[in-house]
Every structure is written in C-alpha cells, then in structure tokens.
Design a protein around this ligand. Structure first.
Ligand code: EPU
Length: 336
C-alpha cells in the first residue's frame, strides 16, 4: 500500500477546496490498516478517517494522516425467512450498495438512494433522507481501535443513533476506524413513501416497488441538489434544528407555511432550509461562495472558494437566522 506525502485533497472533497494532507493512505483490508497503524510514525501522528469527502470542509492543510478505508467487499453473511444480512466494507460507495440491494428486491435502503459517500460514513452520522435513516437497517458495525489495534463490534442498538448522530461522533470520535457495516434488509419490503416529495412522485402508483422508490428519490435529489462535479458542495450544510414545542408553535402562529417535523418528547424539528430561505439567502452569492437556488440548506463553493469564505457565509447565516427567529442552527459538515 502506498503512503502519500503532501497529498492534494482538491479532488477528494466534494466542496473542491484546496488542501493537502501531510500523509494519506488507502488501506484495502483490515490487515493493511493494522500494518499501517502499527508503524511508529503514524501511531504518533494525528489521524482522521475520510470517506468520499462529501461532508467535510477543509479550512486549510491537514497536518496529519488521512486514512481513506478502501475495503470494498460485499457479502451475504446470514439469511432467514424475512431478512438478508449484508456485510459491506467501509470503502464501498454507498449508492452502489443501495443499488445492489434494490436490484435484488431487498428493502430498507431505497429511501437513501443517491446519497453521496461511502459505507463507513453511514453509521457515523446516521445518514438520513425521505423518512428513513441508516440506523433502520444497521445490524452491526465493526471497527478497529487505534489503542492496541483491537477489532471491536457494536450492534446497531449500541451505537446510540440519533438525528445525524451516533457514538462514533461522541465517545468513539477519533478512537478508531470503521471497517465493515452489516445491514439487515427485508425480503418482503415495506415501502415508505409518506414524505411529501416522494408521495407526489408516486402519485398514481398503487403498490410501488423498492426500485420505483429508488428511481423517484434519485430524480428528486437530482433536481434539488447540485452535482459536485459542476459546483462544489457538501449536501446539507446545516442540520435541521430541534427546538421546544412552545417555540415551534409560536413560530407556526406567525408563519403558517412553516412545516414542523416530529422530534423527541416536547420538541419539534424545523426545516433549516425554510429559515434560511425566509432570511433571503436562497440563490445569493458573495465572492466565490453562495446558497443554492433550489435548496437553501446547500452552500456552494465556486471555483477559487476558500474554507474561510464558506465559514464566514455560514456564520452570517447562523447570526441572521438567530436574530430573525431566535433559533440556533449548526453546521452538519465536519469542519477541520
Ligand atoms: N424548504 C424551504 N426552502 C428550501 C428548501 C426547503 O422552505 O429552499 C422547506 C420546504 O417546506 C420543505 C422543508 O423545507 O418541506 C424540508 O425540505 P427538504 O424536504 O428538501 O428537506 P431538508 O430538511 O431541507 C433533509 C436532509 C437531506 C435530505 C432531505 C430529504 C438534513 C440536514 N438534510 O433536508 O439530507 O435529503 O431532508 O429527506 O437533515 C444531507 O444530509 O446532505 C441531505 C441532503
């Protein structure tokens, strides 16, 4: 396995920001990962795991070691009357795995079609879209701890999944590398087409298949979200804020078009896109950065943009939303 020095990351982050990693490697197996991490130089260097670079903002160069797990095998490990257990390497492209499952008619992942990124990132931020989350199908997660290079496994219900949240963003942050994720997929899919956009797209289809749901969602996403090959972006830049029910109701009274989404007891999730949109940012541009015209939650990095420019725009948006609605929004992308 080659270890690169001063590795150019511009093509490896979907925002397309200029940055270099002091060291960079793409281990293709757990064994390669172990041998890499047992080298003294790398053991003592700050480390970061990066998948497809679709949720990361580089402020500047990374003065450490970036590990891009490139474990790419997909295998059925078990099966019973109702379910298939599918184990995929952290380096498998997420949407290839969804396609693999949907092509075989297995249910559970179809609503997560066309999400950029790799399998290893799915449990970290519990990726979610159109009424589904990765946690709904994650059976177990295998990872390699830096400390002692021990291989560990957590069952799905031990991963403390929440909205864009998990144990890997908290207690286990920076402690190791996810190597494999096993998904439990249904042989008799139950279709979830309740999300408004999906319902509209499915209008007239009486019993949609997982394939039809995948097609519909891929086309909704293609219309709303910009292609990073055309303009740099990292999907949703902010998380949808969870606020008290009383604040949500107060806002709803003043703005009847505000949609409220269920959250925990006594809480509501608000669409950050709506808040940003209402503040007039949608479709705007400042220097080399801007806000997408079809989805206000997506910040754009045009050619020549820097991480600092994006951070400044995000700070202006956060401040304006706070002043206008008294709601705190926070970035979903990882800033480093
Ligand atoms: N809206 C606006 N203005 C806009 C866009 C949306 O007012 O410019 C309002 C609409 O009323 C809409 C509501 O906001 O009903 C929600 O919008 P949308 O359905 O597009 O979803 P979102 O909350 O903005 C979340 C995820 C997306 C995911 C979609 C679909 C987060 C941070 N983002 O966006 O995930 O695709 O739901 O389920 O939760 C991502 O994480 O990168 C991502 C794209």
């Amino acid at each position: 396995m080659k270890i690169f020095q001063n590795f150019d990351l511009k093509e490896r982050n979907t925002l397309g920001l200029r940055a270099q990693a002091k060291y960079y490697a793409e281990p293709e197996s757990v064994e390669e990962l172990k041998s890499l991490l047992s080298d003294d130089l790398y053991r003592s260097t700050p480390k970061m795991v990066m998948g497809a670079g679709s949720n990361i903002l580089f402020r500047g160069d990374y003065e450490g070691f970036i590990i891009h797990p490139s474990i790419k095998d997909i295998r059925i490990t078990d099966e019973d009357a109702g379910y298939i257990y599918l184990r995929a390497g952290a380096g498998v492209v997420w949407d290839k795995l969804v396609e693999y499952a949907v092509d075989r008619g297995w249910g559970g992942m179809e609503n997560l079609s066309s999400i950029p990124g790799c399998v290893g990132a799915a449990p970290v931020q519990n990726i979610g879209a159109y009424g589904a989350e990765a946690k709904d199908t994650i059976f177990k997660v295998e990872y390699l701890l830096y400390e002692g290079l021990v291989e560990k496994t957590l069952l799905g219900n031990e991963c403390r999944f929440g909205y864009r949240d998990s144990i890997f963003k908290r207690e286990l942050k920076g402690k190791g590398v996810i190597t494999y994720v096993t998904f439990r997929l249904s042989k008799i899919p139950s279709i979830n087409a309740e999300y408004e956009d999906v319902k509209l797209a499915m209008n007239g289809v009486s019993e949609p298949t997982v394939f039809q749901v995948r097609e519909a969602i891929s086309s909704i996403r293609a219309k709303k979200l910009p292609d990073p090959a055309v303009v740099g972006n990292a999907g949703s830049f902010f998380k949808n804020p969870v606020v008290s029910k009383s604040l949500a109701m107060q806002l709803k009274e003043s703005y009847p078009d505000l949609k409220l989404f269920p959250a925990g007891e006594g809480e509501c999730k608000l669409p950050a896109a709506w808040l940003i949109d209402k503040c007039g940012f949608k479709g705007s541009r400042t220097g080399n950065v801007g806000v997408h015209a079809n989805q206000a939650l997506v910040l754009l990095a045009f050619e020549g943009a820097t991480g600092e420019e994006l951070i400044n725009l995000s700070k202006t948006i956060i401040k304006t939303v706070k002043e206008r609605f008294n709601v705190d929004i926070e970035p979903e992308v990882n800033i480093c």
